[in-house]
Write a protein that binds this ligand. Sequence first.
Ligand code: ASP
Length: 314
Amino acid sequence: MQHAEENVAPPRETTCWTASAAGPALVIHGGAGGRIREFQNLPEGTFEQALRASYEAGADVLRDGGSALDAVCAAVAVMEDDPLFNAGRGAALTADGRAELDASVMAGGLAGAVAGSRHARHPVFAARAVMERTGHVLIAQPAVETLTDWDLETVEPDWFVTLERSAQLERVVARREATNQHGTVGAVARDAQGRLAAATSTGGTCGQWTGRIGDTPVIGAGTYARDGLAAVSCTGHGEAFLRGVVAHDVVARLRYTDADLRGAVLDTIEESLTAHDASGGIIAVGADGSLVVAYNSAMMLAAMPDGADLRLMA
Ligand code: ASP
């Protein structure tokens, strides 16, 4: 059986992109580490187009005066439906070939998450339902009846399993090549009222133990948002993000030190990832309008505003 620690990719020098936006703003990511081998031969621009579609779904919400929470959920739901990304349909599979999906959201001092979800078509909506309907924060393996009660669309577990991910798992199990592929999708936003929100969704790491839960559904590790400070979504070696409580650490640096958002993100990557030989990436939006995408992995799929344009990282 593949052991989670074997998914550690060696860290590289950190790459950091920043921007600032006076009004509503959105940043999305499609995972640190990029494309699995099964997607290497897709036509040029395929990933850029997919990132743009997700970004536009979230940006449309903000343009229409919608909330940051609606925007991050809309952006993440698009990537959950797209088999290119490790979330929802096309998620990475566990060692025994199952899709076990984790997701979380945070906004307005509230948070919700699901772990090991197998039936919600959009795990991010299930996470939001936990936040808005249960009074709890984290529910494991929400039942079909529960999801139906929450008016969410359900699917059979096999619906998430794609040929490409099955092939990836076969490679990993056969150990014919390194397995250090990162995945996960996420979004952070600030709306016209200055409210902040973050959402993250993943299938975890390819070949992970059945039942393994990474940082994504753990509030403070993979996702965190606090009005007045920042919203953060993470991707990468989940165990390192859990140990470093990374998303919360970024926000805590803003709260308790003089760091700006860029410095808070870079110091957190250095201390929680690079120093522990782990890799990954962080996206963040600050209450002050600052936007950050930073990663010490080989690459990161992401999109952020760049003046009037969109900067696509793919
Ligand atoms: N952080 C995710 C997890 O460990 C995977 C990733 O982002 O690559 O489940």
